[in-house]
Design a protein around this ligand. Structure first.
Ligand code: BEZ
Length: 230
């Protein structure tokens, strides 16, 4: 059984069938509290709010036993320790039944030699997928895109992305986003383009006119590296 507590008025509006179809990934915004839910999963019942205090990557996949999804789960299972080292749990979700998930995981283990130990939730009614904007409110099937939510220890959505069914996610990029968000929080800095853990970050720009005029060069007041590394 799933219990979803929507947080945003957008979602309530989205249930009105008179509205034009909302594109996937349109349900929630960065800064929203992730809606809570309870669901059956491959590791037993899970409740999203039980993950408070840790980082969480919640992601949907279109279907079990499909080629791109299989490569994603193999890649994620192989990097599970890297997420754990960042105190981040992984949680997957699709419309497929719990028994489909079990059969797929057994096949992945036997064929690729890797055990997926993070939970895969079943969402047969799409109630969770709809609450998170993983499918359009009007969709009656699960031809869902691949959405990924990066949820901080307070339960707040800090980043999200959305890929089509025929394009697999990059696990190194998922780890980079997680590492960047954690470094930003720890140091009050900004992550520049192509930032990788261990590289310098940027200082927040000055709001002070004296610092603008006093900077050594024309960009120093708004574009400069912070001291130290992640
Ligand atoms: C895949 O994972 O390969 C896939 C899933 C749904 C539609 C197309 C491809």
């Amino acid at each position: 059984m799933c219990v979803v507590m929507p947080q945003s008025s957008d979602m309530a509006q989205g249930m009105d069938h008179a509205l034009p179809p909302a594109p996937p990934c349109a349900g929630l915004r960065i800064g929203d509290l992730a809606p809570d839910f309870e669901a059956r999963s491959t590791i037993g019942p899970v409740r999203l709010s039980a993950y408070r205090g840790r980082w969480l990557v919640l992601f949907s996949h279109p279907a079990d036993f499909t080629p791109v999804c299989t490569t994603e789960f193999v890649a994620l299972a192989r990097e599970a320790a890297a997420f754990a080292a960042r105190d981040c749990a992984l949680m997957a979700l699709s419309v497929d039944s719990l028994f489909s998930h079990f059969a797929w995981l057994r096949m992945i283990r036997d064929r690729f030699g890797v055990e997926v130990r993070f939970p895969i939730l079943e969402d047969p009614t799409l109630v969770i997928a709809r609450a998170f904007g993983m499918v359009s409110p009007q969709d009656s099937n699960s031809a869902a895109v691949r959405t990924t939510f990066f949820i901080d220890p307070q339960g707040v959505i800090r980043a999200m992305n959305c890929y089509p069914a025929n394009l697999g996610r990059s696990v190194p990029e998922m780890l980079r986003i997680l590492g960047a968000l954690q470094a930003i929080d720890a140091r009050g800095t900004l992550a520049p383009a192509n930032w990788q853990p261990g590289e310098p970050m940027l200082k927040a720009p000055s709001h002070d006119l004296d610092e603008v005029y006093g900077a050594a060069d024309m960009t120093g007041w708004f574009l400069s590296h912070s001291e130290g590394e992640d």
